[in-house]
Ligand binder design. Structure first.
Ligand code: N01
Length: 543
């Protein structure tokens, strides 16, 4: 990078804002706070009716954290840490949404948040060195900087099944759950058995009349083992906050569960299985993340653990034919995001629940009254789409991002994301991404805090040093993309279709696997990104 002294644009035309922020989820909340602290004029533009992002939209029954609440909160404010109490180890969506509201109130952010504002385009204007955003009503907003805080799972996708709009009963995507919807006593069908489908199924199975689960691919899971937090226990947990955040900071993907240091074949089968029993009994992601690391890249190691977990499923499901259908056969444990469950398998022991394996009996179409499979018609009152998201890049495709010379971001990323540090893109000056593709990945709030801090420090530096324009270099993007691809080498997860490899079979341009996320270690990522800051952003083009 270099500092150019000759400005070719007219920065005397002041934009409306110093910073525009798209999205009022956790990223947008923290970004607005940091921009305010810098004394900048900032505004959040949010499509939803209020703040909360993921926790605003995803209101399906059973939605909750799969990570310990206290490891998935903000750590930047001691006051907030002191004042907020969690009531469950794995908080339900309602509590997490309240948390987002609490933080927003506490920091007095709402007066700079504009809701019900869906941004349709974001165009860079080189002549005035600013961003021009247009919402769906045609209203426009300009700013020097643009921070995208759009989340990685915000574009729900519906199944590409014929007749999807024909159903006359109630039908909804889990991410668009209507406020007063009830499934009690009804004939319910659900398509999708990812983390969302599993949380929904185990919850609604308690009250539905009947439930048909349409499963294309079973997933490996583990017991969540949630429990309430008593006020006394909350005091104890709060004392451990520094230790919890330290554990997150030290770990590969920022979770509080440290990896098992030994290799799977370093110890005897008895020792191994004792450890697995112990992990299975523990709450949260321990059974995935505190497991042997070789499981992630050694097929033999992975098979051993997968087979062990398969037997757990066999023990829990009474009908052996159903049990076999629930055991994944086309991918190993932990090669897709592992959903956590609470008596999920036991649901299939209920007389009113049926698992329909779409590999044996595919859906032909959705009709006015239900679902037509190859073998029969199933009448339904309610049809639930737990069919996932156009993940990671979907939020960027949904907005017409245009950079220098009108270049479209979706063209730049047509073969996969190309970024510098997952924070910036060549040709898109003054645009920074929180949770952009190829950014530190894992425990999302930890990634958000790091990314937003990095962005805030960078904007501060530019402002203080009269730099009007900062842009990723072509070379920097090339090197970062290579690095991200190198980090992915050998990991079994990259040989499996999932949103983490950029695949969504309902989206026409997402049929092919890519390296969609950063898989290097979080401490390694932070070291590299912090070095760039320490070099005064000389890796970028500054002007
Ligand atoms: O989405 P998914 P999700 N016909 O893409 C199926 C996070 N999360 O919303 O696997 C039939 O994982 C599809 O089948 P297949 C978490 O990171 C977090 O469940 O493609 N089936 C799959 O079973 C998670 O990973 C929490 O064969 C179709 C399902 O729909 C991410 O969100 C809670 C189909 C989609 O699964 C996404 O999870 C919940 C079709 N046409 C989620 N199309 C917490 O921790 C799709 N499917 C709080």
């Amino acid at each position: 990078g270099s500092i150019s002294t000759s400005s070719t644009w007219d920065t005397n035309i002041a934009p409306d804002f110093d910073v525009l922020i798209i999205g009022a989820g956790l990223s947008g909340i923290y970004a607005l706070h940091r921009m305010r602290q810098l004394g900048l004029r900032a505004r959040v533009l949010e499509a939803g009716g209020a703040e909360g992002g993921t926790w605003y939209w995803n209101r399906y029954p059973g939605a909750r954290f799969d990570s310990e609440s206290y490891s998935y909160q903000f750590s930047f404010s001691q006051e907030i840490l002191d004042e907020w109490n969690w009531t469950e180890h794995f908080a339900p969506q309602t509590e997490t949404l309240k948390y987002a509201q609490f933080v927003t109130d506490k920091l007095d952010l709402r007066r700079d948040m504009q809701f019900n504002t869906s941004i349709k385009s974001a165009h860079w204007r080189d002549d005035t060195c600013s961003w021009l955003l247009t919402d769906e009503t045609g209203d426009q907003y300009t700013s020097r900087y643009l921070i995208t805080c759009m989340g990685i799972l915000n574009q729900p996708t519906y199944p590409n099944i014929p007749g999807v709009h024909d159903f006359k009963g109630e039908a909804f995507h889990t991410a668009r759950w209507p406020e007063h919807a009830s499934v009690d006593g009804k004939r319910v069908g659900i398509i999708g058995t990812g983390a969302t489908g599993i949380q929904t199924i185990q919850e609604i199975a308690k009250t539905v009349g009947s439930l048909k689960v349409f499963q294309r691919t079973p997933n490996w899971t583990g017991p969540l083992r949630n429990a309430p937090i008593t006020p006394e226990e909350m005091i104890e947990i709060r004392k451990r906050y520094p230790e919890i955040f330290k554990a997150c900071a030290d770990s590969h993907a920022c979770f509080m569960h440290p990896a098992e240091p030994r290799g799977m074949f370093d110890i005897s089968q008895e020792e191994r299985e004792a450890l697995w029993e112990d992990l299975y009994a523990k709450p949260g992601f321990a059974k995935w993340l505190s497991n042997f690391r070789d499981m992630h890249y050694d097929q033999k190691a992975n098979d051993l653990y997968s087979n062990w977990v398969a037997n757990k499923i066999r023990e829990r499901v009474k009908d052996p034919v159903v049990a076999e259908k629930l055991i994944p056969k086309n991918h190993g444990y932990g090669t897709r995001r592992v959903p956590l469950e609470t008596f999920y398998y036991e649901v299939y022991n209920q007389d009113n629940v049926e698992l329909i394996d779409l590999n044996e009996d595919p859906i032909q179409k959705i009709t006015e009254t239900g679902v037509q499979t190859a073998s029969r018609h199933i009448d339904l009152d309610v049809l639930i789409y737990a069919t996932g998201f156009d993940a990671v890049t979907g939020a960027f495709t949904a907005v017409d991002f245009q950079g220098v010379g009108g270049v479209k971001l979706k063209d730049v990323w047509s073969e996969g994301p190309r970024t510098q540090l997952g924070l910036t893109v060549h040709g898109f000056p003054n645009m920074m991404m929180s949770m952009g593709p190829h950014q530190m990945f894992g425990n999302i709030p930890r990634s958000i805090e790091y990314a937003v801090s990095w962005i805030a420090d960078c904007i501060k530096y530019c402002t203080e040093n009269h730099i009007n324009r900062i842009e990723a270099t072509e070379d920097g993007v090339e090197r970062w993309t290579e690095h991200v691809h190198k980090c992915a080498v050998g990991l079994l997860a990259n040989d499996v279709d999932s949103w983490m490899t950029g695949v969504n079979k309902n989206v026409s341009h997402k049929q092919k696997r890519i390296i969609a996320r950063y898989q290097g270690s979080a401490p390694g990522y932070r070291k590299l990104a912090s070095e760039v800051a320490a070099r005064n952003y000389a890796d970028f083009n500054l002007a």
